[in-house]
Design a protein around this ligand. Structure first.
Ligand code: HEC
Length: 156
């Protein structure tokens, strides 16, 4: 059974020209690029709604609901990019701090806090309560992005 599954996976890899991680290691430089890309997209979709919560941009409930839903997916993507293989790279521009690998439980906790805050934001967008929604956005920023960057990202 296992062997058949493996063969099936291999056939898919061959047919699509796409090799699964089990068949080839992704290059550390690529992992860094990909995790930064996921972060950049989080910035893209969080920035405007943070501006709305702060009263800097006119509030738009539809954009908030859409962006919250996007973040709810994006917030699962960056983490496998912080693989051990990316720990001591030279000649790669990264702001990841060693604490990510020295304190893995704390890093994981920061991810979960962030994901929890996004889940609460998604739930809030379904109530239509603007005050609540704005508070939930600010909490994603402070308890989510901000909390982790504070401890795990190099300040520029
Ligand atoms: C659990 C930790 C964590 C959370 C939560 C988190 N980040 Fe990050 N973020 C990082 C780390 C670490 C880096 C540095 C990655 C690198 O340079 O390799 C980073 C980098 C970035 C970057 C720079 C990307 C680049 O191209 O170099 C942006 C933008 C960013 N984060 C936005 C956000 C936003 C917006 C949120 C919340 C919606 C968020 N992040 C949540 C850890 C986190």
């Amino acid at each position: 059974m296992k062997k058949r599954l493996m063969l099936a996976g291999f056939a898919v890899a061959l047919a699509t020209g796409y090799t699964l991680p089990a068949f080839s290691q992704v290059k550390p430089e690529t992992l860094v690029k990909q995790r930064q890309a996921a972060m950049t997209l989080q910035g893209k979709y969080f920035g405007p709604i943070a501006g709305m919560a702060q009263g800097k941009i006119p509030y738009n409930a539809e954009v908030v609901a859409r962006n919250a839903a996007y973040l709810d997916v994006l917030n699962k993507m960056p983490w496998d990019g912080f693989a051990e293989s990316t720990k001591d790279l030279k000649d790669v521009k990264t702001a990841a701090l060693p604490a990510i690998w020295n304190e893995p439980a704390k890093f994981k906790d920061a991810q979960e806090k962030f994901q929890g805050a996004v889940s609460r934001l998604v739930a809030a967008t379904k109530t239509g309560d603007e005050t609540n929604i704005k508070a939930a956005i600010l909490e994603v920023g402070k308890g989510g992005c901000g909390n982790c960057h504070q401890n795990f990202r190099q300040k520029d």
